[in-house]
Design a protein around this ligand. Sequence first.
Ligand code: EPU
Length: 423
Amino acid sequence: MAVETAGGTLVIEGGHSLRGPVVISGSKNATMGAMAAALLVPDECILENVPRIGDVEQMARVLRSLGAAVEWTGEHTLRLSCAELHGSSPPTELVGNLRGSFLVMGALLGRLGAASCAPPGGDVIGQRPIDVHLKGFEALGATVGREGDRYVAEGKALRGATVFADYPSVLGTQNLMLVAVTTPGETTIINAAAEPEVQSLAAMLNAMGAKIAGAGSHTIRIEGVEGLRGTRYRIIPDRLEAGTYAIAAAITRGEVEVRHVNLEHLQSLIAKLREAGVEVEAEGDTLRARGVAELKPLTIQALPYPGLATDLQAPMAVLLTQADGVSYVHERVFDNRLLYVSELRQMGAEVVTTGTTTAIISGPTPLVGGRVRALDVRAGAALILAGLAARGRTEITDIYHVDRGYERIDEKLRSLGAVIERV
Ligand code: EPU
């Protein structure tokens, strides 16, 4: 039942309005934290609503390399059993292309008192330091060093402490939570990340017996407990996949009912779509987005939550190529997340960048099909959106990047009326 991260190319015949319902999968990034949390206990953890995507398969390989049993027991249900861990150090080749894999550091340090891991890979979107993670481990009393290509953390007698994060890093906050939940005393993370994926990890850990308060704010308090137990936990909906389909509706002037979402997590996107003139109805766990003939230009700023998600910056930029006027896109989370702009230009977009974090888009420009490359998971999704709106045929290569984070994207788009094939 393993999902293949098919490399490959997507071929899109553009110009078809998307219509109908689409069901959103579980969150990729919340699943990374949940899988790492399972390492904390010898009991079984059952995760529901797990997306069938490349990054989940890769994280499963990382966990198995440490002695965990990880198996699918249903289409979206994952059973993890970490009774007998035989290692505290995943092989470098497994972690090199998966950012979330670095979460094993916090979990193993908490469970075994020692962990080591090569610097995590991930998308090429800027410098991605891990000082927040490492300084946090040190603040709790761990010794952190470098041995060859790996970071090594050791700490048999950790103590709760107040930790100030220089930046509200999502994975950094999660890593500190993973180690602090069983560290004696109280840990306070100041300037913690507030993202829903952080809240989700806190909810799962609390269901396992942890005492975490304040997740969702920038101050998280954790009272260390002696032991945790296994749990059954349902992964939250993927707000980034949801956003991508809402934008797909808008850019193709279609109407899509995006189902099984958490609307609270989508407020920034809804606000900006409405400002652009897109008709959005939000009720219960459904968001309905309807495209309009004339889109208004916007200024958007990608920011930590509850600001507009950096992961939706590229998809929104593609939408703004169709707006009537000049739009400004400011990326304020990563320092090099506009690399997709050169691919977009090849499709006829009029975009200039100033530095590596601001793009100025003049629209509307008709997009035309071409052969472009997915540079990372979100840049790839953005090019798919461009292809859906473009005249003619678009070929997007290196689609494995997109498959790392989007479940069956070609099938879901086809069910909405897109003409899209995987070759
Ligand atoms: N940063 C630091 N020091 C650190 C860590 C981060 O200065 O120790 C800076 C980074 O340089 C960057 C900013 O903080 O400028 C944000 O990085 P953060 O650590 O918050 O990102 P991350 O935890 O590595 C997660 C998601 C990303 C998402 C970001 C921001 C996972 C597996 N990844 O990465 O998701 O863009 O948070 O929300 O959870 C994606 O899904 O496509 C993706 C890239």
